[in-house]
Design a protein around this ligand. Structure first.
Ligand SMILES: Nc1nc2c(ncn2[C@@H]2O[C@H](COP(=O)(O)OP(=O)(O)OP(=O)(O)O)[C@@H](O)[C@H]2O)c(=O)[nH]1
Ligand SMILES: [Mg+2]
Length: 216
């Protein structure tokens, strides 16, 4: 993806979902403790119980280091490897025929698939999730991500990226101000505020999946 745009046109590097396409496979990425796994659990439960969802929801654990996930994964990276260096693990995993087959089977049986990724963002640049494994990425973070970070993630992952701001209530105002993520974003189209614990903001988040495909 190339662009002659300058820094003020960072939106050119990533595409915000415009809700005309159903985003089925969502990678939850972000810093340690931002609430990716809790969100995977509570948001998948929310979708499952929402009458209009109409489809099963699956959660794939892609965190090899997790001891005891809050949910029962439909597919679990720990059955393939416990190598915590995901920059090395992910490229091998996505080339693994057994994993690929099981992932495809989970996707076929599910309306939405949440991929609960390992913490940190460094691996994104060294071993991006192949875009044939995910349709969009949700950056779960305790404060607003900067335009430049969003642009960099969109460019690296080559899928639409939105910022899901979670655990915000856990941080003091001073910390929010000092956070490197707190540069105000010009565009709010790509930002959703949730509380994974209280299950707040989930209706707005579900809209970012786009309209459900029509079933025959
Ligand atoms: N109060 C509150 N606690 C939260 C929220 N989201 C997550 N937590 C808590 O924050 C802690 C970390 O949440 P996780 O879901 O494990 O975070 P994670 O991003 O998966 O963390 P890693 O897997 O280590 O990267 C847990 O104790 C959660 O219960 C939230 O919205 N509000
Ligand atoms: Mg986690």
């Amino acid at each position: 993806m190339t662009s002659a745009a300058g820094p003020l046109d960072s939106n050119a590097f990533y595409t915000v979902p415009d809700n005309d396409q159903f985003m089925k496979r969502i990678a939850l990425i972000g810093p340690r403790g931002a609430g990716k796994s809790l969100l995977a659990y509570t948001f998948s439960a929310f979708l499952k119980h929402r009458p209009s969802s109409g489809h099963a929801v699956a959660v794939v654990n892609l965190d090899p280091s997790v001891h005891k996930p809050a949910y029962v994964p439909d597919l679990d990276v720990r059955h393939f490897s416990r190598d915590s260096d995901v920059a090395l693990l992910y490229p091998a995993l996505f080339k693994d025929d057994v994993f690929s087959d099981r992932f495809s089977a989970v996707c076929q049986q599910s309306g939405a698939v949440l991929l609960d990724c390992a913490s940190g963002l460094d691996w994104v640049w060294f071993s991006k999730l192949p875009s044939d494994f995910c349709d969009a990425a949700w950056l779960v973070s305790p404060a607003l991500a900067s335009e430049s970070l969003m642009a960099a993630l969109g460019e690296a992952l080559d899928v639409p990226v939105i910022n899901v701001v979670n655990t915000r209530e856990l941080f003091a105002t001073e910390q929010k101000t000092l956070s490197p993520f707190s540069i105000p974003s010009r565009s709010r189209k790509d930002t959703v505020f949730v509380n994974a614990w209280e299950r707040d903001g989930f209706d707005a988040l579900a809209k970012h999946l786009g309209p459900l495909p029509q079933t025959a």
